[in-house]
Design a protein around this ligand. Sequence first.
Ligand code: ADP
Length: 358
Amino acid sequence: MGQLSLEHITKEFGDGENHVVAVDDLNIDIEDGEFLILVGPSGCGKSTTLRMIAGLEPPTKGDIVLNGTPVTQRKPKDRNMAMVFQSYALYPHMTARENMSFGLKMTTEMPAKEIDERVKNASRLMGIEDLLEKKPGELSGGQQQRVALGRAIVRDPEVFLMDEPLSNLDAKLRTTMRTELQDLQQDLDVTTIYVTHDQTEAMTMGDRIAILNDGELQQIGTPAECYQEPANQFVAGFIGSPSMNFFDTTLGDGALSTDDFTVTLPESVKAELSGHDSEFVLGIRPEEILSGDEAVDHPDSFSIEVNVVEPLGDVTYLYTEFGGSEVTISVDRNTEINPGDQVTVALPAAEIHVFDRD
Ligand code: ADP
């Protein structure tokens, strides 16, 4: 069982000019067996959060609650959690087998036979049975990370904590390991909190993602929820690649407008926006902008000039500028467009996102 709650977790570092609120009043409930991804830009407080859960860093305020019991005051070894680091953190003078068994030998009274059995099972799961007598220096990065994961598995913890475990691997291996880790997590059914700054990992690996910025939780939800219904402009811009396009617009006559275009709003959106200020940020993803034949009959269509065309094989991106913003438009790979061409486009009201201006 590994139901974990973060209750008002806050971490401040330094004082005076050096004072930083690294994590600001974080509240998250993680279900037993859930795979939760903590994602956000560098410096947003992901590692600090994970280190507080592990017990490597005391929170300034708040509680870590495991299965209904606060564990905030417990030492790391007494929390029944296992952490996997980006740097693998293996002991260089020990073999893979010794690395995997060392923690259990040191912190438990477990009989040697059971430890051996656990190492055997974990190494089978990780496919490293042939590497057990090798030292980290004799292993590739991918193999070392398998040993580090094996070491976490032998402890049979209630919670796995993973801090960017794949980021030192090359792109191809990272893709393989991503799927493997996901399968492993499902098979073992152990609550897992996985820190990454990598969008693809965030969108593909977890049950839910928690998006942090400046130490504050921006949104928590399934990848699809965060993509389709971003809670604010930060999330909208962070999730999805290429990023959502944003425009500063003014509300008037039932439409959001810039100098270059108008988006006529459906009644439901008009009702939602009435009574607010008249300035809004309009967001639309590159793939939702209509272009060419799709756009000509749209009542709000307008013409733009394409600056750059980037054919990527499966999709082509057009880079342009209108409404006071730089804009990316995603079009079918067979579209014949050259830099300098005029193209008709439209922003369909059903696909836009509307955010308050800061
Ligand atoms: P992330 O993992 O998202 O990159 P961190 O949790 O490492 O972010 O850091 C969050 C913020 O806390 C940053 O501003 C960082 O500089 C600061 N910070 C982290 N650890 C310390 C520390 N030991 N002393 C002072 N500031 C720290």
